[in-house]
Design a protein around this ligand. Structure first.
Ligand SMILES: Cc1cc2nc3c(=O)[nH]c(=O)nc-3n(C[C@H](O)[C@H](O)[C@H](O)COP(=O)(O)OP(=O)(O)OC[C@H]3O[C@@H](n4cnc5c(N)ncnc54)[C@H](O)[C@@H]3O)c2cc1C
Length: 512
């Protein structure tokens, strides 16, 4: 039987951020990961010399420090870094036409002027003016300073003055972004555009996305000199950096270690039982990085109050994904092809409609080492808009499944053909993923993107639970979905267990 101070269930970016930081704080930590590869939704995998990102690839605020991005703060805290390629342009294929745009405010105004005229530009500028103080408020207190106990009066209390200065704006951040947007924006294209950005951030349109999340994005994407960051080696390099940080501080990562049950004794979480019946005892805490629904499955019915379980089980969920992972011949392709593209088929259907929005990422444009010479690695996906119900209960070996796979992936091929018209004839390797693939490889309930908690109508819960010794982190906890958010949740959870003196030392070390 193994023992540790803390057992973390799951090695997503949330779990690894939490575990690496706990190890830095001096805790003896074991991470149990069900999959053979660490990283959860952000894991990388290799086939025939092509290195694929299974999920995320769009990042910012990571290539410099100090940064408001909580993931950068975690990397700083564990003294890990990686090499970043920076770039600023991404491609858009919208009902209005195809164009490249850059992060930063000025070029987008050129696009607006061309597509919608000067009134639209004036509206955008006005929105930026409205968002500026909100953006400052959104970063007034670094997540690194937050913890869920009285120690927060000291660690976060240091930022009280700055928060007081931003107090009127902080209140506005708690509502939905649409409340701010609707007060400023009339132009239908800008409304659609903002809805799209919201959907890509949170899985919900502007009326469900929190103003804080968008303010954070405005602070990041529309500051002078802004760039996007891609990690050399692919998204797996971020996972590797967190694992290095964990291990150099004495923590352990166990792969193929599926947790079947959280052990509870005397109303306290005391460890975990793995699928192979092995038990690992946790002297201080068990932290679940699994989704809210998957975490409940690990607990006996009597472990938590019924009302709490019911409330958590009823958390609304975002839909799932279709994926295409391709290895293609890159000969003769445009040399200025952008890495990321977003395709919207029909604004009228709304950005959350299935088969309507597609995302394309070609990261070997930024880091050629991800593909063999003369090749590109491509990930196309429908972002959190594929209904799981269409796939539920299907036999993956059946003809029906194969046919549905082909039919439902067609929208991704067509989107990609807007960028690389002859892509089908260029493929050396084609992998099609469905919500069942997503569910299986990511060990995620119904292959969901995460909780769909509309801003203004509910809050992502904090990391503590009514069961002593059981905490949670990751995209089912505050502040929500996306790498910056889950890194923040991991950090806040680790801080909650750490002595205040060590927490303060960490803040000094990362220059906050
Ligand atoms: C296709 C796609 C594209 C995305 N693009 C972006 C992007 O560009 N930028 C961005 O910031 N975000 C993006 N996201 C969102 C981001 O990737 C996720 O929000 C984030 O990675 C979730 O991290 P997590 O730690 O909360 O959970 P997860 O990554 O889901 O990790 C949970 C881990 O727990 C493990 N686990 C579950 N149950 C058990 C068990 N019983 N025993 C042991 N282990 C278990 C799982 O195997 C998994 O490794 C994207 C997501 C997807 C799917």
């Amino acid at each position: 039987m193994n023992n540790a101070d803390v057992v973390v269930i799951g090695s997503g970016i949330g779990g690894l951020s939490c575990a690496a930081l706990l190890a830095r704080y001096g805790f003896d930590v074991i991470v149990c990961e069900s999959h053979a590869i660490a990283g959860g939704a952000a894991h990388a995998f290799e086939r025939d010399g092509f290195k694929f990102d299974s999920g995320p690839s769009l990042y910012s605020g990571l290539s410099y420090t100090p940064s408001a991005n909580p993931l950068r703060q975690v990397l700083d805290a564990i003294a890990e870094d990686l090499n970043w390629v920076t770039y600023d342009t991404w491609g858009c294929c919208l009902p209005e036409g195809d164009f490249d745009t850059t992060v930063g405010a000025d070029q987008f105004c050129e696009v607006l002027s061309r597509l919608r005229g000067q009134d639209a530009v004036a509206e955008w500028r006005q929105l930026q003016r409205v968002m500026t103080p909100l953006a400052q408020a959104a970063v007034a207190i670094p997540p690194a300073a937050v913890r869920y106990d009285l120690g927060a009066t000291i660690t976060a209390g240091q930022f009280a003055l700055s928060m007081a200065r931003h107090a009127p704006h902080i209140l506005k951040l708690t509502g939905a972004f649409s409340q701010i947007m609707n007060g400023v924006v009339r132009d239908p294209f800008i409304c659609n555009w903002l809805d799209l950005l919201c959907f890509l951030l949170s899985g919900l349109p502007a009326n469900g996305t929190s103003a804080a999340e968008m303010a954070f994005m405005f602070a990041d994407w529309y500051r002078p000199g802004v760039v996007l960051d891609y990690p050399v080696g692919g998204s797996g390099a971020i996972v590797d950096a967190l694992v290095r940080g964990l291990q150099k501080h004495g923590g352990q990562l166990m792969l193929n270690a599926h947790v079947e049950q959280v052990l509870v004794e005397n109303h306290q979480a005391t460890g975990v039982r793995l699928r192979n019946s092995k038990e690992i005892r946790a002297r201080r805490a068990v932290i679940s990085n699994a989704s809210v629904w998957d975490t409940l499955k690990l607990l006996k019915e009597t472990a938590l109050p019924k009302s709490f379980q019911q409330q958590r089980a009823e958390t609304p969920e975002c839909d799932s994904f279709m994926h295409l992972h391709l290895g293609i011949d890159a000969q003769g392709l445009r040399s200025d092809l952008a890495c990321h593209h977003i395709i919207v088929n029909d604004w009228e259907r709304g950005v959350t409609a299935d088969q309507n929005v597609v995302v394309v990422s070609i990261p070997s444009i930024l880091d050629p080492s991800l593909a063999p010479p003369g090749k590109h690695v491509i990930h196309v996906y429908t972002p959190g808009n594929e209904p799981y119900a269409l796939w539920q209960g299907m036999n993956r070996n059946s003809q029906e499944y194969q046919q549905q796979k082909q039919a439902r992936s067609e929208v991704m091929w067509q989107a990609l053909e807007r960028i690389i018209p002859d892509v089908r004839s260029r493929c050396d390797l084609t992998l099609v993923g469905t919500p069942l693939t997503h569910e299986r490889f990511l060990r995620r309930h119904r292959g969901s993107y995460g909780p769909a908690i509309p801003a203004g109508k509910g809050f992502f819960p904090g990391s503590t639970t009514p069961l002593k010794g059981l905490l949670c982190c990751g995209d089912s906890t505050f502040p929500g979905i996306g790498l910056p958010a889950v890194a923040a949740s991991g950090m806040i959870t680790a801080n909650t267990l750490a002595p205040v003196s060590k927490h303060l030392q960490m803040l000094r070390d990362i220059n906050w």
